[in-house]
Ligand binder design. Structure first.
Ligand code: URP
Ligand code: ZN
Ligand code: ZN
Length: 467
């Protein structure tokens, strides 16, 4: 057999126990305590360490054309960074073009990802055009191919109106798909932008004010109501506000299949970051909110209303963030000319696991949010997200004693800064295996460009809030 990880403590979403993991042909071949080391090509000693399933980041934007530039991690840099933070699968977004069939959009992006990705990946499809029956119906082809997840934007100029959103929701129930939503009220956001700029309010703080708690919360509530009307499940991505959190919990308590994702940046930072000298580095959508919202999201983690944690990894360089001061063309910039998004793919699992080491959540909960729930929600539980015989050997050896201070120098992406600079974590991944191959060890990336493969997902169907 290929690999034995011995003496570790296995942590899954539901169990914690001491056992060895045997890997062969990229799969978990056996779990037990009676293995003979001589039967293995490679042996890793995990004494005093945890052995965890690799994380699944359900939300990345690699090589995304956005805000007049392209996010600075391509499929290689982004997945390299993922591997070094214990993430072994990423779900990236494909944006459907006008008149483009959904599956063609997937294949267009997969041509880039398949040659570059260092860990496994799959896609969500950003809905760009469902104006004709042909475009709407093309959702089904993508589902049959293994991409059953769609995202609707209620904001941005390329977002869709409520009627299209409703059509997509209805369609999803016929074909076994799940619809995710970026919920912010576009019209109010646009009006607030206009008002603040006319008053000369150009700093990053006004990005937050134009996308404040109510701007997100109203859209969350509307999205949930549309899903109820359509009789469809719904996944609210990057939830960051108290009103939305309450609406999700309420809908779940009523028995609706409403799911929510949040991101580590909303759990760690508040809107205060926009008052910092480089507040523009933190500009992302939705923006970080007030303390009450952060507290509500932590409550959602504790009470099970938050289903997944993902990163919304979408890095831009500081020079690009500086377009909020001076635009590319040399004219004065403002908060609307800052590309939206921050790096985070390497920080998610370490951050959430450190919350477990510090006792805020359990290790099982961190695994559930970052690995097991995304695998179930997106239809990957047949191959990933747990430690079970027959699943892919996507594994992380985690040292709960290792102290780690996040610095951009210690990260493995292509970005030149991190909003997480200086944040201290107790506990850090020591090694990451992707389908049994060692891709990260002791701070060093050991994987290979192109080794990641597209993982196809099962059809999806949810009748209630349980996965
Ligand atoms: O600021 C963000 N999140 N940029 C990426 C696009 C999105 O809305 O997810
Ligand atoms: Zn979004
Ligand atoms: Zn996003």
């Amino acid at each position: 057999m290929d690999l034995l990880i011995k003496n570790g403590t296995i942590v899954t979403a539901t169990e914690t126990y001491e056992a060895d993991v045997a890997v062969d042909g990229g799969k978990i071949a056996a779990i037990g305590t009676e293995f003979n080391e001589k039967d293995f090509t490679e042996v890793a000693d995990a004494k005093g360490k945890y052995v965890l399933p690799g994380a699944i980041d359900g939300h990345t934007h690699l090589a995304l054309a956005f805000g007049g530039t392209i996010s600075s991690d391509d499929y290689y840099a982004g997945t390299r960074s993922a591997a070094c933070g214990g993430t072994t699968t990423v779900f990236d977004f494909v944006q459907q073009g006008q008149g483009e069939r959904m599956l063609d959009a997937v294949k267009r992006r997969d041509a880039m990802a398949s040659v570059d990705a260092a860990v496994d990946y799959s896609f969500h499809i950003g809905v760009g055009d469902v104006n004709t029956k042909e475009m709407l119906d093309s959702m089904e082809e993508a589902v049959e191919y293994g991409i059953p997840s769609f995202k609707v934007f209620m904001v941005y100029d390329f977002g869709v109106d409520d009627g299209s959103f409703y059509k997509v929701l209805q369609k999803s129930t016929e074909i076994g798909a799940l619809v995710g939503v970026h919920a912010e009220n576009r019209d109010v956001n646009n009006l607030l932008v206009e008002r603040y700029l006319s008053e000369g309010k150009t700093e990053a703080w006004w990005h937050y004010m134009a996308k404040n708690e109510m701007v997100e919360g109203e859209a969350d509530v509307r999205a949930i109501n549309l899903a109820k009307m359509a009789g469809a499940p719904l996944y609210i991505v990057h939830l960051a506000d108290e009103m939305g959190m309450k609406a999700v919990t309420e809908a779940q308590n009523e028995g609706y299949p409403i799911f929510a994702e949040t991101c580590p940046q909303y759990l760690h930072f508040t809107n205060e970051v926009y008052k910092r000298e480089r507040g523009r580095d933190f500009v992302c959508s939705p923006p970080m909110k007030n303390q009450a919202s952060q507290d509500a999201i932590w409550d959602g983690i504790q009470n099970g209303s938050i289903t997944t944690v993902a990163t919304d990894h979408c890095p831009f360089t500081q020079a690009e963030k500086d377009w909020g001061i001076t635009k590319k063309d040399g004219t004065p910039g403002d908060f609307t000319t800052i590309p939206n998004g921050c790096a985070g793919v390497e920080n998610m699992y370490p951050y959430m696991l450190a919350q477990a080491v510090s006792g805020r959540i359990t290790m099982n909960k961190a695994v559930e949010l970052c690995a097991t729930n995304p695998s179930k929600l997106f239809g990957l539980d047949y191959c990933k997200g747990a430690i079970r015989v027959g699943l892919d050997a996507d594994l992380v050896i985690y040292d709960p004693e290792k102290a780690f201070t996040i610095t951009n120098d210690a990260m493995h992406g292509d970005t030149d800064h991190t909003i997480w600079e200086g944040v201290q974590l107790k506990g850090y991944p020591e090694a990451t295996y992707s389908r049994g191959n060692l891709v990260f060890k002791d701070g060093e990336f050991l994987g290979k460009r192109g080794d990641g493969k597209l993982i196809k997902c099962k059809k999806l169907s949810f009748t209630g809030p349980e996965l």
